[in-house]
Design a protein around this ligand. Sequence first.
Ligand code: GUN
Length: 299
Amino acid sequence: MVDTQRIDGKAFAAKLLLEITEEVAGLKAAHGLQPGLAVVLVGEDPASQVYVRNKGRQTVAAGMQSFEHKLPADVSQADLLGLVAALNEDRAVHGILVQLPLPGHLDADAVIACIDPDKDVDGLHVVNAGRLAAGLPGLVPCTPLGCLLLLKDILPAMSGLEAVVVGRSNLVGRPIAQLLLQQNCTVTMAHSRTRNLAEVCRRADILVAAVGKVEMIKGDWIKPGATVIDVGINRIETAEGKSRLVGDVAFAEAQGIAGFITPVPGGVGPMTIACLLRNTVTAARRILNIAAPPQAGIS
Ligand code: GUN
């Protein structure tokens, strides 16, 4: 029986936000630079409104400038592209994030393609995906970056470990696999068509679940002592008619088997906004050619 440790993403993110706040104060004092993040929200989706409000609050709390652009749900593709083009040219804006998903009549790929790759703090532009795949410096998607920071804290020596990533989205699965490869893990990407998924998962020293399916990864799919990162955020109805967040991993079943596991909520989730702010600072430094402090690590 393994003594399973919970990974406290909330505490880690709070520490990271404190470091970012200090770094921002330092940039202001030494270079007169205040990093700025522009967030574009199209329409009235309630979950997106909550995310955008939180992003704005935390951006300001860290001492950065927050620019919020709210556009009506029926905005045209041309008007949205026009706003992105203006933000690309705005010298006070170092990071641009267009909240996804966009209403159905808009082409999200075309919008992301229009963002200046050096301001693409979501790391979704194909130039940044290409840089990541080629091992070049770029902007890395926030959730994968958050997962990597948590993993590096727990497993300072990841080299040679077996990592299995379940899920192959551009937002999470693919970039996490690239980051783990950069850490010299032996990486397997598993997905909905993978045969013997349970067996593949049982090989993993590091198991990353990013599929968006309620508790799909069972306790007996986990190698005893493995580190489990659960990226899933799934809302379910409880018997009492309330709603609750659960991950892609059967958390209760993993107790006594996993060595370390991220809970949902309170695991990977809080790291995403912290990494968005970190990416904004990274983008501001690069645009102004200001070297990062040595402890800044992966970007
Ligand atoms: N919607 C949900 N997650 C994300 C994210 O990481 N970036 C953007 N732009 N939209 C999202």
